[in-house]
Design a protein around this ligand. Structure first.
Ligand code: SF4
Length: 388
C-alpha cells in the first residue's frame, strides 16, 4: 500500500495540480515526516499536516476522524495564518467525504500485512509511487531520499519518532516503541531511476535520509536498497551531488561507490566520543571509534567528509574536536530541540544538566571554538556550504 496515494484519495476529487483554494495549488503528498499535502501558494510551499483526531491537541481544522494543521515548507518562509486556515479547512471539508473509506482501506491493508507476517514482524516491505522529496528553499533547494522509513538504531532523542508515529497511527498500525520497526522501500531504486530520468527535473543535490531513518541501519546489510540507489545515481546521465549521513559504519562497504559519484560527501552524526554516553543514547549505532574509522575509509576512497554534532551530549569537547579535525572537512553543529523519547534519560542525574538549553549552548560554543582553533570549518543547516 502506498500511503501517499491514500492521502491523495482523502482529498478526492482534488488531484495534483488542482487549485484547492484560490492561489493554492496542490503539488505533492508525502508521509515521511507524517502524512501531509503540499501546496504551492504563489512560490511559497505550505504543508497541510494530517493526523488522527485527538481532542487534547490543537489543530487548525477537523473533519470527523482527522485533524489538520499547517506549516511553511521551509524555515525561511512564513505562512499567513488566513492562508493556512483556509487551506486546512478546505482539506478538512474534502476529507470529510472520503475519510471513512480511506481509513478502512488502510486498516484492512494493515491487518493483512500483520497476518502475512504472523503479527510479529517489525520489518515491512513496502512500495512507493515517488521517492525524491523536495526540501530547502531558494538556491539551497535539494531533494531528500529515504530508502527506509523508521529506524532500528533507535536513538532516544530521535526527532523522527513522533512524526513517523503519526503516519503509523494514520495507517491503523499498533503503537510500538521507536527503534523497533522499519519500512523497507523495496522498489526505491526503480522509482529513483525513473525520477532522475524525468526531463523536467532540476538537477539538485540529493541527501540520503538522516531525518526519518538511517540509510545504513542493519536491514541495509540484507536489502541493499541504499547501495542500489547509489548505483542508480552513479549511472544517471548527469549524477546529482550526493550526501549521505549515517550513524552506522556499514557505509564503509559502499565508500568506493559513493566516491565514484562526482561531488559526493559521506558523513557521520557523532554527538560525543564518550562511548558509554553514545551507547546509552544511540543504542544500535556504531561506536565512536567505528564512525571515525568510517570517515577515514571515506577519505581514502576519495569522498569529502563531514560530521554532524547534534544534540550536544556529555563528553570532552577537546577530544571530539581532535577526533574530527583529523577526519572531516567540515562540521555542522546544533543543539537539542525537544526531548522526544529521551525525557526519562535526561532526568537521570548523570544527564540532567545536558537537557538545559544553557548547557547545550555552552557546549556548542566550546566545541565550535575548539574546531575553529584546529582549522575545521563549522556550519549550521542541512547542507555543507560548498555542496552544490
Ligand atoms: S539514526 Fe537517525 S533516524 Fe535512526 S534513530 Fe537515530 S536519529 Fe533517528
Amino acid at each position: 500500500m502506498d500511503v501517499a496515494e491514500k492521502i491523495l484519495a482523502l482529498v478526492s476529487p482534488a488531484r495534483l495540480g488542482d487549485e484547492v483554494v484560490p492561489g493554492a495549488r496542490l503539488v505533492a503528498t508525502s508521509t515521511e515526516l507524517g502524512p501531509r499535502l503540499t501546496f504551492d501558494c504563489g512560490g511559497v510551499e505550505v504543508h497541510i499536516e494530517v493526523a488522527p483526531a485527538d481532542a487534547s491537541r490543537p489543530s487548525a481544522a477537523r473533519s470527523g476522524r482527522l485533524m489538520f494543521g499547517y506549516r511553511a515548507g521551509s524555515s525561511d518562509d512564513a505562512v499567513r495564518p488566513e492562508v493556512g486556515l483556509a487551506l486546512s479547512r478546505a482539506v478538512a471539508r474534502l476529507a470529510m467525504a472520503n475519510e471513512d473509506a480511506v481509513l478502512e482501506e488502510m486498516a484492512q491493508a494493515a491487518r493483512a500485512d500483520a497476518q502475512r507476517s504472523g503479527g510479529a514482524s517489525r520489518v515491512r516491505e513496502v512500495t512507493v509511487s515517488h521517492l525524491l522529496e523536495s526540501a530547502g528553499a531558494g538556491v539551497r533547494k535539494y531533494s531528500t531520499l529515504s530508502p527506509y522509513v523508521g529506524c532500528l538504531i533507535g536513538c532516544r532523542f530521535c526527532y523522527a519518532q513522533s512524526r513517523v508515529g503519526i503516519t503509523r497511527a494514520f495507517e491503523g498500525l499498533p503503537v510500538v516503541p521507536w527503534g523497533s520497526y522499519v519500512d523497507v522501500r523495496v522498489n526505491a531504486p526503480e522509482i529513483l531511476a525513473r525520477e532522475l530520468a524525468e526531463p523536467s527535473r532540476p538537477l539538485r543535490p540529493i541527501k540520503f535520509c538522516p531525518i526519518v531513518s538511517d540509510p545504513y541501519q542493519a536491514v541495509e546489510r540484507k536489502y541493499q536498497i541504499t547501495r542500489q540507489c547509489l548505483e542508480v545515481i552513479r549511472d544517471a546521465k548527469e549524477p546529482p551531488p550526493t550526501l549521505i549521513l549515517t550513524r552506522s559504519s556499514l557505509l564503509a562497504r559502499d565508500a568506493g561507490l559513493l566516491a565514484s559519484i562526482p561531488r559526493s560527501w559521506g558523513g557521520v552524526s557523532l554527538p560525543t566520543v564518550d562511548e558509554t554516553v553514545l551507547r546509552h543514547f544511540e543504542p544500535r549505532g556504531s561506536s565512536a571509534a567505528e564512525r571515525l574509522e568510517l570517515l577515514r575509509a571515506l577519505r581514502r576512497a576519495g569522498a569529502r567528509t563531514l560530521a554532524v554534532v547534534q544534540p550536544m551530549l556529555p563528553g570532552s569537547t577537546s577530544a571530539l574536536a581532535d577526533a574530527l579535525a583529523s577526519t572531516v572537512d567540515s562540521v555542522s553543529l546544533d543543539v537539542l530541540h525537544g526531548l522526544e523519547g529521551a525525557s526519562d534519560d535526561f532526568r537521570a542525574p548523570e544527564y540532567a544538566r545536558a537537557a538545559s538549553p544553557a548547557w547545550q549552548m555552552d557546549q556548542a560554543l566550546a566545541l565550535k571554538a575548539a574546531l575553529e582553533e584546529r582549522g575545521v570549518a563549522v556550519w549550521r543547516g542541512e547542507l555543507p556550504p560548498d555542496l552544490s
